[in-house]
Design a protein around this ligand. Structure first.
Ligand SMILES: *Cc1c(COP(=O)(O)O)cnc(C)c1O
Length: 384
């Protein structure tokens, strides 16, 4: 995303800090994703947890995609914002009874469940409601997604998924439950995955599991490979739309799919990250002993990724007219020493009142905002 002079001028009248969403870029991204998925008839669910802004949800649902939810409230919100309940999947390691009931009553497509204990509870609640719940078992494929360890979810010691070694006993147990219909296997190996090798391993693992299931006399209609496709945080202007087609081509080549089987995906970050920026005003520039601090009116309550994962965002001073650069530690105002967006970052010479943009902030940005320090939530504006 690049801003025109007119846009930057408009930003001057907005309350800071604010998220700004470029809906044209989001539409373009959705079109590319749609075309790539239609090529192979793959089903796409948008992972609501990446960004649950109502306007964004409504736009995504208008393309006919399904939703991937991780709480009862996300399930309700997705349906409210136009996602067809019959295209909603509900994941998460620990669903409460209330959340399970919400999803059962709305008639979602599938529960992605990660323990026999939870499937038993879904079974008894479904029985009480006189319903049958469709379930896909989330397996832990034991694959390293080669991403930030804080968002790596497919390793053997992760809390996520049912271990591969327990597949047989789990399937046999679940098959015996009266109000459960076992429809598939689900995986999700992590997030911000740029190296496609882990996806290749995931296909191989899925093929092995498919063969194991056949030995048990089972062929399940759904293979759900989860999400995780990464985006370019370094050069967002150059790579503003992720390589959906390249990934799906690879899956098509490596994944064994039987007649009547559907392949599902759950993309979050790759759909919404590049269409959003966080814009913040510089409150003060303070000279420290070893560095200069650009102190902003945004903190980790507005964008927590740097503090939580050490994540990198490209930062640009949108309003400085200086010819030269300065080097700054870019920090927020919150009373925590982790409230640092970037250390020793080169920016155009910065002074009080300048507007700084954090690019690629559309995913896991606004939705993770909090009111710690009793701060206001960030404002939100759209390109149209
Ligand atoms: C978070 C999550 C996703 C989306 O991950 P992205 O990296 O944002 O694509 C998909 N599936 C499940 C089960 C998740 O928890």
């Amino acid at each position: 995303m690049n801003f025109t002079g007119k846009e930057i001028e408009k930003f001057g009248s907005f309350s800071t800090p604010f998220y700004y969403y470029n809906l044209d870029l989001l539409k373009k991204t959705l079109e590319v994703l749609k075309a790539a998925s239609l090529k192979y008839g793959y089903k796409i669910h948008y992972a609501v947890k990446a960004n649950a802004n109502e306007r964004i949800l409504r736009l995504i649902s208008s393309y006919g995609f399904g939703a991937d939810c991780v709480s009862g409230n996300e399930v309700s919100k997705a349906v409210e914002c136009g996602f067809d309940a019959s295209k909603v999947v509900f994941a998460g390691v620990g669903k409460s009874d209330k959340e399970i009931l919400t999803a059962l009553r709305l008639g979602i497509f599938c529960f992605n469940s990660e323990s026999v204990q939870e499937v038993e509870v879904i079974n008894s609640l479904a029985k009480a409601e006189n319903k049958t719940a469709s379930v896909a078992l989330r397996l832990n494929p034991g694959i390293d997604a080669h991403t930030n360890q804080k968002i790596n979810t497919g390793l053997a010691d992760s809390k996520f998924g049912i271990p591969f070694t327990k597949l047989k006993e789990t399937v046999e147990f679940v098959k015996g439950l009266s109000n459960i219909k076992l429809i598939g296997i689900h995986y999700h190996i992590g997030s911000q995955i740029l190296d496609f090798e882990p996806y290749k391993l995931l296909c191989e693992r899925s093929n092995e599991i498919q063969a194991e299931l056949e030995k048990l006399g089972l062929q399940l209609p759904v293979i759900n490979l989860g999400g995780g496709l990464g985006i370019d945080y370094n050069k967002p202007e150059k790579n503003s739309v992720p390589e959906f087609e390249k990934l799906l081509d690879l899956i098509h080549k490596d994944l064994k799919v039987k007649e009547g089987q559907e392949v599902h995906f759950e993309f979050g970050r790759s759909v919404v990250a590049q269409c959003g920026v966080l814009v913040s005003k510089v409150l003060y520039v303070k000279q420290g002993d070893t560095s200069d601090f650009a102190i902003l009116d945004a903190g980790f309550t507005d964008l927590i990724r740097p503090a939580l994962y050490g994540a990198y965002h490209k930062i640009e001073n949108l309003t400085s007219t200086a010819d030269e650069n300065g080097v700054y530690d870019v920090v927020g105002p919150i009373c925590e020493s982790t409230d640092v967006f970037a250390k020793s970052r080169s920016l155009k010479k910065t002074s009080r009142g300048d507007l700084l943009a954090f690019y690629s902030a559309g995913a896991y940005g606004e939705i993770m905002a909090s009111q710690y320090n009793l701060r206001d939530l960030p404002h939100v504006y759209f390109s149209e």
